[in-house]
Write a protein that binds this ligand. Sequence first.
Ligand code: HEM
Length: 184
Amino acid sequence: MTLEPREFLTKMEKRMLFNDEDKATLQANADWGKQIAPEMTEHFYAFLNRDEEMANILNQKDGRMDRLRATFTEWFSEMFTGIDNWGDAYAVRRWRIGLVHVKLGIGPQHVVPAMATVVREVNNKIEADGKDVGINNALKKICMIDLAFIEQAYVEVSSSAVRQETGWSEALFKRMIATGSNSM
Ligand code: HEM
């Protein structure tokens, strides 16, 4: 895989203007994040389960929903702690989450509305709990960074799979995409 998770995280932090102040705000509210995580998890899967296609994926295997509730709650809390202060461990974990979704065929059409739900529900909760707007700004940024990991995993895995299967170089692959998109 060509993507180096830590490098990608650093690039996304810069692009998203996710700064030390945002990190400090999130860490200062880590207890609140942990406390609201189970409620956010319920909102999240209630939203996903309303869509027939997504509900099918979620309920395909026995025990999957229980696993998902636990891993999503953990993921939500980690946005506040940054795991290792948004270091290697955070980057590798986000990259792995991206790969899991790619393997399951869960694409942008599923993930983008899902992350929009997280942002919306957090916004509602922040208003209800009378929390500072700074938390909302910081959380929106880290949500978008996490989303970028999942989306980028999709692109990286698809292109590397095609190149591996065909032996095409990266330059040839890019040229073919550019040519192909002209005819769409
Ligand atoms: C905001 C977007 C999302 C986040 C943050 C998220 C988070 C996670 C996490 C943390 C895991 C565990 C990964 C691991 O095992 O290492 C996971 C797995 C999974 N996610 Fe998501 N997810 C998102 C969107 C979706 C959507 C839209 C679907 C389905 C339509 C979905 C279905 C699944 C499934 C089926 C698994 C594997 C569960 C298993 O069998 O263990 N996820 N997700």
